[in-house]
Design a protein around this ligand. Structure first.
Ligand code: HEC
Length: 183
């Protein structure tokens, strides 16, 4: 029975230390919360960063709206005397390599489009767009506004890009473009 007496005397002690949460629990909680906040912010960051990759399928219509429509118009009809039409254009529907070369390097000087001669300046997009993007916008204009021509592939763009890698500045009108197509 001496044993029982001892236990009774000891009891208050542990119950007192139970009442307050030990410091190391707070430390654990603190680091758990810190980790949680850190995890959440990196997770959101990773999701934001991976957004462009998730839309890996390139939308040619979106590229057109953002980069071409200002000149060639959403209707693909262009502006008379200023910007040539893409709808029913022999350049859009013709040799895909020539079309890709126009998109990569741009063109300036005289060129006839659907019976009308233009003498403007079209910027090149080769530095701005990768092969898949050029292929997507080329395919889009070949299949919009009543146009119906075979799609252009990223492989075709890569080959065209490699073939004229040394090219500086835009093509000089239709004379140079036609020479390109006949090689
Ligand atoms: C700043 C205005 C401008 C922008 C932007 C522009 N173009 Fe052009 N584009 C022109 C002009 C001007 C010509 C004719 C150049 C000439 O007269 O030598 C032309 C010519 C063309 C041609 C050959 C002629 C024809 O009408 O078929 C194609 C194809 C073409 N552009 C497609 C595009 C595509 C696709 C984009 C967007 C990626 C684009 N252009 C962006 C002004 C522009």
């Amino acid at each position: 029975m001496i044993d029982n007496n001892l236990r009774q005397r000891e009891k208050p002690e542990p119950s007192e230390s139970n009442a307050s949460i030990p410091w190391y629990i707070w430390t654990l909680v603190f680091f758990a919360v810190l980790w949680g906040v850190g995890y959440l912010s990196t997770a959101t960051l990773e999701r934001d960063l991976s957004m462009p990759d998730m839309s890996a399928t390139v939308d040619g219509g979106q590229i057109y709206a953002g980069n071409c429509a200002a000149c060639h118009q959403g209707s693909g009809a262009g502006l008379p005397g200023m910007f040539p039409p893409l709808a029913n254009s022999e350049w859009v529907l013709g040799d895909p390599e020539v079309l890709v070369q126009i998109l990569l390097h741009g063109v300036t000087g005289e060129m006839e489009v659907a019976g009308v001669t233009y003498n403007g300046m079209m910027p090149g997009f080769g530095g701005q767009f990768d092969d898949a993007q050029v292929a997507a916008v080329a395919s889009y204009i070949r299949n919009s506004w009543g146009n119906g021509a075979e799609a252009v592939t990223a492989e075709q763009v890569a080959a065209a890009r490699a073939a004229t890698a040394d090219r500086q500045g835009p093509w000089q009108g239709q004379a140079e473009l036609q020479a390109l197509g006949s090689h």
